[in-house]
Design a protein around this ligand. Structure first.
Ligand code: ATP
Ligand code: MG
Length: 268
Protein backbone atom coordinates (compact mmCIF):
# COMPACT_ATOMS: atom_id res chain seq x y z
CA UNK A 1 0.00 0.00 0.00
CA UNK A 2 1.24 3.49 -0.84
CA UNK A 3 2.31 5.91 1.86
CA UNK A 4 -0.45 7.77 3.74
CA UNK A 5 -0.79 11.33 2.46
CA UNK A 6 -3.68 12.22 4.75
CA UNK A 7 -4.30 10.54 8.07
CA UNK A 8 -7.05 11.23 10.60
CA UNK A 9 -7.07 9.66 14.05
CA UNK A 10 -9.97 9.93 16.48
CA UNK A 11 -11.18 13.22 15.05
CA UNK A 12 -14.12 14.99 16.64
CA UNK A 13 -15.70 18.23 15.38
CA UNK A 14 -18.60 20.24 16.77
CA UNK A 15 -20.95 23.02 15.85
CA UNK A 16 -21.48 24.53 19.29
CA UNK A 17 -22.60 21.62 21.45
CA UNK A 18 -23.64 19.46 18.51
CA UNK A 19 -21.07 16.75 17.78
CA UNK A 20 -20.93 16.48 13.99
CA UNK A 21 -17.89 14.15 13.75
CA UNK A 22 -17.10 11.49 16.29
CA UNK A 23 -13.96 9.36 16.50
CA UNK A 24 -13.25 9.57 12.78
CA UNK A 25 -10.12 7.72 11.64
CA UNK A 26 -9.17 7.26 8.01
CA UNK A 27 -6.27 7.29 5.58
CA UNK A 28 -5.92 8.64 2.06
CA UNK A 29 -2.89 6.91 0.50
CA UNK A 30 -0.60 8.81 -1.85
CA UNK A 31 -2.08 8.81 -5.37
CA UNK A 32 -5.39 7.18 -4.35
CA UNK A 33 -8.98 8.27 -4.81
CA UNK A 34 -11.18 7.83 -1.75
CA UNK A 35 -14.95 8.20 -2.08
CA UNK A 36 -16.96 9.37 0.89
CA UNK A 37 -20.59 8.27 0.82
CA UNK A 38 -23.43 8.51 3.30
CA UNK A 39 -26.91 9.89 3.84
CA UNK A 40 -27.76 13.58 4.18
CA UNK A 41 -26.48 15.04 7.41
CA UNK A 42 -23.94 12.24 7.96
CA UNK A 43 -21.06 14.69 8.34
CA UNK A 44 -19.37 14.38 4.94
CA UNK A 45 -19.12 18.11 4.29
CA UNK A 46 -18.06 18.66 7.89
CA UNK A 47 -15.25 16.14 7.44
CA UNK A 48 -13.87 17.95 4.38
CA UNK A 49 -14.17 21.32 6.15
CA UNK A 50 -12.31 19.94 9.15
CA UNK A 51 -9.49 18.57 6.99
CA UNK A 52 -9.03 21.82 5.06
CA UNK A 53 -8.97 23.90 8.25
CA UNK A 54 -12.30 25.71 7.82
CA UNK A 55 -13.43 24.07 11.05
CA UNK A 56 -11.05 23.25 13.92
CA UNK A 57 -11.40 19.72 15.31
CA UNK A 58 -12.11 19.46 19.04
CA UNK A 59 -10.29 16.11 19.43
CA UNK A 60 -7.93 13.84 17.57
CA UNK A 61 -5.19 14.52 15.09
CA UNK A 62 -4.92 15.17 11.37
CA UNK A 63 -1.67 14.66 9.49
CA UNK A 64 -0.94 15.78 5.94
CA UNK A 65 2.31 14.55 4.44
CA UNK A 66 3.30 13.50 7.97
CA UNK A 67 2.81 16.97 9.43
CA UNK A 68 0.15 17.83 12.02
CA UNK A 69 -2.38 20.20 10.44
CA UNK A 70 -5.23 20.08 12.97
CA UNK A 71 -5.69 23.56 14.39
CA UNK A 72 -3.71 25.10 11.52
CA UNK A 73 -5.30 27.97 9.57
CA UNK A 74 -6.91 27.08 6.25
CA UNK A 75 -4.62 29.23 4.06
CA UNK A 76 -1.54 27.57 5.55
CA UNK A 77 -2.95 24.12 4.87
CA UNK A 78 -3.78 25.20 1.31
CA UNK A 79 -0.19 26.30 0.81
CA UNK A 80 1.00 22.83 1.80
CA UNK A 81 -0.79 21.48 -1.28
CA UNK A 82 -4.33 20.78 -0.18
CA UNK A 83 -7.10 22.17 -2.42
CA UNK A 84 -10.78 22.11 -1.41
CA UNK A 85 -13.70 22.49 -3.80
CA UNK A 86 -16.50 23.25 -1.34
CA UNK A 87 -20.15 22.29 -1.57
CA UNK A 88 -21.76 24.75 -3.98
CA UNK A 89 -18.74 25.66 -6.14
CA UNK A 90 -15.55 27.42 -5.21
CA UNK A 91 -15.55 30.28 -7.71
CA UNK A 92 -15.88 34.06 -7.64
CA UNK A 93 -19.19 34.64 -9.43
CA UNK A 94 -18.61 38.37 -10.02
CA UNK A 95 -15.25 37.87 -11.79
CA UNK A 96 -14.67 36.61 -15.33
CA UNK A 97 -13.50 33.10 -16.10
CA UNK A 98 -10.03 34.44 -16.92
CA UNK A 99 -9.83 36.39 -13.65
CA UNK A 100 -10.92 33.33 -11.69
CA UNK A 101 -8.17 31.28 -13.31
CA UNK A 102 -5.36 33.82 -13.05
CA UNK A 103 -6.23 34.42 -9.40
CA UNK A 104 -5.59 30.75 -8.69
CA UNK A 105 -2.38 30.81 -10.67
CA UNK A 106 -1.18 33.83 -8.66
CA UNK A 107 -1.86 31.96 -5.43
CA UNK A 108 -0.12 28.85 -6.71
CA UNK A 109 2.63 30.76 -8.54
CA UNK A 110 2.22 28.55 -11.59
CA UNK A 111 1.71 30.10 -15.01
CA UNK A 112 1.61 26.75 -16.84
CA UNK A 113 -1.33 25.73 -14.69
CA UNK A 114 -3.82 27.89 -16.58
CA UNK A 115 -2.76 26.34 -19.88
CA UNK A 116 -3.19 22.86 -18.46
CA UNK A 117 -6.64 23.75 -17.07
CA UNK A 118 -7.75 25.05 -20.48
CA UNK A 119 -6.53 21.83 -22.11
CA UNK A 120 -8.74 19.84 -19.75
CA UNK A 121 -11.70 22.20 -20.18
CA UNK A 122 -11.56 23.90 -23.61
CA UNK A 123 -15.02 25.41 -23.05
CA UNK A 124 -13.51 27.66 -20.38
CA UNK A 125 -11.19 29.13 -22.99
CA UNK A 126 -14.15 29.94 -25.22
CA UNK A 127 -15.88 31.63 -22.31
CA UNK A 128 -12.85 33.35 -20.76
CA UNK A 129 -14.40 36.85 -20.78
CA UNK A 130 -17.76 35.76 -19.38
CA UNK A 131 -18.67 36.59 -15.79
CA UNK A 132 -18.40 33.30 -13.90
CA UNK A 133 -21.77 33.66 -12.16
CA UNK A 134 -23.51 33.52 -15.56
CA UNK A 135 -21.89 30.22 -16.63
CA UNK A 136 -24.09 27.14 -16.66
CA UNK A 137 -23.97 24.89 -13.60
CA UNK A 138 -21.71 22.42 -15.37
CA UNK A 139 -19.36 25.12 -16.64
CA UNK A 140 -19.13 26.56 -13.13
CA UNK A 141 -18.20 23.13 -11.82
CA UNK A 142 -15.50 22.82 -14.53
CA UNK A 143 -14.18 26.22 -13.49
CA UNK A 144 -14.00 25.21 -9.84
CA UNK A 145 -12.12 22.03 -10.79
CA UNK A 146 -9.82 24.04 -13.06
CA UNK A 147 -9.11 26.56 -10.28
CA UNK A 148 -8.29 23.76 -7.87
CA UNK A 149 -5.81 21.97 -10.13
CA UNK A 150 -4.00 25.12 -11.28
CA UNK A 151 -2.22 25.23 -7.93
CA UNK A 152 -1.04 21.65 -8.53
CA UNK A 153 -2.28 20.26 -5.23
CA UNK A 154 -1.12 17.00 -3.69
CA UNK A 155 -4.60 16.36 -2.33
CA UNK A 156 -7.90 17.51 -3.78
CA UNK A 157 -11.06 17.55 -1.62
CA UNK A 158 -14.24 17.61 -3.70
CA UNK A 159 -17.72 18.06 -2.26
CA UNK A 160 -20.54 16.84 -4.53
CA UNK A 161 -19.15 17.65 -7.92
CA UNK A 162 -22.28 16.32 -9.60
CA UNK A 163 -24.84 18.35 -7.68
CA UNK A 164 -27.65 19.40 -10.01
CA UNK A 165 -25.86 18.38 -13.21
CA UNK A 166 -27.05 16.25 -16.13
CA UNK A 167 -25.74 12.63 -16.08
CA UNK A 168 -23.65 13.09 -19.26
CA UNK A 169 -21.84 16.04 -17.79
CA UNK A 170 -21.26 14.15 -14.56
CA UNK A 171 -19.56 11.38 -16.57
CA UNK A 172 -17.29 13.95 -18.24
CA UNK A 173 -16.36 15.56 -14.91
CA UNK A 174 -15.60 12.18 -13.36
CA UNK A 175 -13.41 11.23 -16.33
CA UNK A 176 -11.47 14.42 -15.73
CA UNK A 177 -11.13 13.69 -12.02
CA UNK A 178 -9.80 10.23 -12.94
CA UNK A 179 -7.18 11.86 -15.22
CA UNK A 180 -6.17 14.22 -12.43
CA UNK A 181 -5.77 11.24 -10.10
CA UNK A 182 -3.74 9.37 -12.72
CA UNK A 183 -1.40 12.36 -12.84
CA UNK A 184 -0.62 11.66 -9.17
CA UNK A 185 -3.04 13.91 -7.29
CA UNK A 186 -4.76 12.16 -4.37
CA UNK A 187 -8.50 12.66 -4.16
CA UNK A 188 -11.02 12.65 -1.31
CA UNK A 189 -14.45 13.05 -2.82
CA UNK A 190 -17.98 13.28 -1.43
CA UNK A 191 -20.52 12.02 -3.91
CA UNK A 192 -24.21 11.14 -4.28
CA UNK A 193 -23.79 9.29 -7.56
CA UNK A 194 -22.75 5.99 -6.07
CA UNK A 195 -21.95 4.37 -9.41
CA UNK A 196 -19.54 7.09 -10.47
CA UNK A 197 -17.95 7.19 -7.04
CA UNK A 198 -17.37 3.43 -6.99
CA UNK A 199 -15.91 3.41 -10.50
CA UNK A 200 -13.39 6.10 -9.65
CA UNK A 201 -12.52 5.14 -6.10
CA UNK A 202 -9.72 2.91 -4.85
CA UNK A 203 -11.23 3.03 -1.36
CA UNK A 204 -14.81 3.68 -0.27
CA UNK A 205 -15.84 5.08 3.04
CA UNK A 206 -19.41 5.32 4.30
CA UNK A 207 -20.32 7.76 7.02
CA UNK A 208 -23.43 7.66 9.19
CA UNK A 209 -24.33 10.01 12.03
CA UNK A 210 -20.88 11.55 12.22
CA UNK A 211 -19.01 8.25 12.35
CA UNK A 212 -17.22 6.06 9.82
CA UNK A 213 -19.54 3.08 9.34
CA UNK A 214 -17.68 1.24 6.57
CA UNK A 215 -14.26 1.29 4.94
CA UNK A 216 -13.52 -1.06 2.06
CA UNK A 217 -12.95 -1.52 -1.63
CA UNK A 218 -15.64 -0.60 -4.19
CA UNK A 219 -16.00 -4.29 -5.12
CA UNK A 220 -17.17 -5.15 -1.61
CA UNK A 221 -20.09 -2.76 -1.97
CA UNK A 222 -20.88 -3.84 -5.51
CA UNK A 223 -21.01 -7.46 -4.43
CA UNK A 224 -23.25 -6.79 -1.47
CA UNK A 225 -26.42 -4.92 -2.20
CA UNK A 226 -27.58 -5.22 1.42
CA UNK A 227 -24.52 -3.31 2.55
CA UNK A 228 -25.34 -0.43 0.21
CA UNK A 229 -28.97 -0.40 1.26
CA UNK A 230 -28.27 -0.61 4.97
CA UNK A 231 -26.00 2.43 4.92
CA UNK A 232 -27.27 4.47 2.03
CA UNK A 233 -30.90 3.39 2.02
CA UNK A 234 -32.84 4.05 -1.10
CA UNK A 235 -30.61 6.98 -1.95
CA UNK A 236 -27.83 4.49 -2.70
CA UNK A 237 -29.85 2.31 -4.99
CA UNK A 238 -31.65 5.29 -6.51
CA UNK A 239 -28.43 6.88 -7.67
CA UNK A 240 -27.43 3.61 -9.28
CA UNK A 241 -30.72 3.72 -11.13
CA UNK A 242 -30.26 7.34 -12.20
CA UNK A 243 -26.79 6.73 -13.55
CA UNK A 244 -27.28 3.53 -15.49
CA UNK A 245 -30.11 1.28 -14.52
CA UNK A 246 -30.00 -1.13 -11.62
CA UNK A 247 -27.10 -1.46 -9.23
CA UNK A 248 -24.38 -3.95 -10.25
CA UNK A 249 -25.34 -6.17 -7.30
CA UNK A 250 -28.95 -6.09 -8.44
CA UNK A 251 -27.95 -6.90 -12.03
CA UNK A 252 -25.90 -9.85 -10.83
CA UNK A 253 -28.75 -11.10 -8.64
CA UNK A 254 -31.07 -10.82 -11.63
CA UNK A 255 -28.62 -12.77 -13.81
CA UNK A 256 -28.39 -15.47 -11.14
CA UNK A 257 -32.16 -15.78 -10.92
CA UNK A 258 -32.45 -15.95 -14.71
CA UNK A 259 -29.90 -18.79 -14.67
CA UNK A 260 -31.90 -20.62 -12.01
CA UNK A 261 -35.10 -20.23 -14.04
CA UNK A 262 -33.35 -21.57 -17.13
CA UNK A 263 -32.03 -24.56 -15.14
CA UNK A 264 -35.53 -25.29 -13.80
CA UNK A 265 -36.97 -25.18 -17.31
CA UNK A 266 -34.27 -27.59 -18.48
CA UNK A 267 -35.13 -30.05 -15.72
CA UNK A 268 -38.86 -29.83 -16.42
N1 ATP B 1 -22.93 25.50 10.54
C1 ATP B 1 -23.61 24.53 11.18
N2 ATP B 1 -24.16 24.76 12.40
C2 ATP B 1 -24.82 23.78 13.05
N3 ATP B 1 -24.98 22.51 12.59
C3 ATP B 1 -24.46 22.26 11.39
C4 ATP B 1 -23.74 23.24 10.62
N4 ATP B 1 -23.34 22.67 9.46
C5 ATP B 1 -23.79 21.40 9.51
N5 ATP B 1 -24.45 21.14 10.65
C6 ATP B 1 -25.06 19.86 11.06
O1 ATP B 1 -24.04 18.87 11.09
C7 ATP B 1 -24.50 17.63 10.56
C8 ATP B 1 -23.60 17.19 9.42
O2 ATP B 1 -23.74 18.11 8.35
P1 ATP B 1 -22.95 17.98 6.99
O3 ATP B 1 -23.24 19.19 6.19
O4 ATP B 1 -21.53 17.67 7.30
O5 ATP B 1 -23.64 16.68 6.36
P2 ATP B 1 -23.43 16.01 4.92
O6 ATP B 1 -23.10 14.58 5.15
O7 ATP B 1 -22.51 16.82 4.10
O8 ATP B 1 -24.92 16.07 4.33
P3 ATP B 1 -25.44 16.33 2.81
O9 ATP B 1 -25.36 14.99 2.12
O10 ATP B 1 -26.86 16.74 3.02
O11 ATP B 1 -24.60 17.38 2.20
C9 ATP B 1 -25.95 17.87 10.14
O12 ATP B 1 -26.78 17.37 11.14
C10 ATP B 1 -26.05 19.38 10.03
O13 ATP B 1 -27.36 19.84 10.33
MG1 MG C 1 -22.72 17.88 2.36
Amino acid sequence: MARALLKLRGVEARYGRFVALQDVSLVVPEGAAVALLGPNGAGKTTLLRTVSGMLAPTRGEIRFGGERIDGMRDYRIARMGLAHIPEGRGIFPGLTVRENLTMSSNVGGNGGGVKRALELFPVLGERRDQVAGTLSGGEQQMLSLARAIIVRPRLLLIDELSLGLAPRLVTHLFDTVARIRDEGVSILLVEQYVTHALRLADIVLIMAKGRVAFIGEPGELERDERLVESYLGHAGTASYAIAEGPAPAKRKARARSAKRTAARKKRA
